[in-house]
Design a protein around this ligand. Structure first.
Ligand code: FE2
Length: 294
């Protein structure tokens, strides 16, 4: 076969593949661009031009594989979640079982404290979160947001309570103490100098929480480092143990020069500039982090 014929056959195969891809994937735009270029090509194909096509095909192929693996991953996740009965709808949180007996942490933490803390306090967070989620669902269905601030507050208060206590129970064990190992140990040394320094800082942070709250060791996916934070009251309109995907700054500095006191107009305008591709990407990353739901 002549080289020119080979080139043409290759281009023909590429076009076939692209047509299939355009039908089945969400990459229609990129694919159609290449198809138009290929079909409008006049005269013979040079080696250089074919190489260019090859490069474009390679990059499209890579993107396709990535997307297919994401789709497959999603399908597997969803399947296994359904199989395990872990699919979550609003208002279906449950009290996680303690991974040890109530008195197992004695003498350090008494069985009575553990019993009350788990069965009364944590249970009321679970109930409160379920109620808040149901009420917000009703608000969405009826488009009645009169009490939204109240239910958002409840969701933050009870949600943080539920998620943090769930972490807390599993953060402890009767055979605990000692030192961390492996990657965590290395990261602690990198960020705090030593385990002893980390413990001192964490202890002081816990002692100095004003009123109610928590001391929290966090990992920042942005800064790639560990940090120690305090939360005074966990309910200040956030749910700890969640990952932000889409955020809107409504401080006055974000809109006042242009919109004055018309925050609603600014928010309406925001919807015209939302980068859903970015939010999707954040979601793709975030959704891979999955804890056992309760
Ligand atoms: Fe508590």
């Amino acid at each position: 076969m002549e080289q020119q014929e080979l080139f043409e056959q290759y281009v023909h195969e590429v076009m076939e593949w692209m047509s299939q891809l355009a039908e089945r994937s969400d990459m229609r735009g990129e694919v159609e661009e290449l198809l138009t270029y290929l079909s409008s090509h006049e005269g013979g194909w040079t080696e250089e031009a074919v190489k260019e096509v090859e490069a474009i095909v390679a990059s499209l192929y890579e993107k396709t594989v990535q997307r297919i693996s994401l789709v497959e991953e999603r399908a597997t996740d969803e399947r296994s979640e359904m199989e395990q009965g872990l699919e979550r709808t609003a208002g279906t949180h449950t009290l996680p079982p303690l991974p040890y007996r109530y008195d197992a942490l004695e003498p350090h933490i008494s069985g009575e404290i553990m019993y009350l803390h788990h069965t009364k306090h944590h249970q009321s967070y679970v109930d409160g979160l379920n109620k808040a989620e149901k009420m917000m669902e009703t608000a969405r269905e009826t488009n009645d947001y009169e009490l939204l601030i109240h239910w958002e507050r409840e969701a933050a208060f009870h949600g943080s309570g539920h998620y943090l206590h769930t972490i807390f129970w599993y953060n402890m064990t009767p055979k605990g103490g000692g030192e961390p190992k492996g990657a965590l140990l290395e990261q602690i040394k990198t960020n705090f100098g030593s385990v002893a320094r980390f413990k001192n800082h964490f202890t002081e942070a816990a002692k100095k929480v004003e009123g109610v709250g928590w001391a929290i060791l966090v990992w920042s996916p942005r800064a790639h480092r560990l940090e120690i934070l305090q939360t005074e009251k966990h309910q200040l309109m956030t749910q700890w143990d969640t990952i932000p995907l889409l955020v809107l700054d409504v401080w006055e500095h974000a809109y006042y020069l242009q919109y004055k006191n018309d925050r609603a107009a600014y928010i309406n305008s925001f919807w015209n500039v939302v980068n859903w591709r970015d939010v999707e990407q954040r979601f793709e990353q975030a959704r891979r982090l999955r804890w056992q739901p309760f």
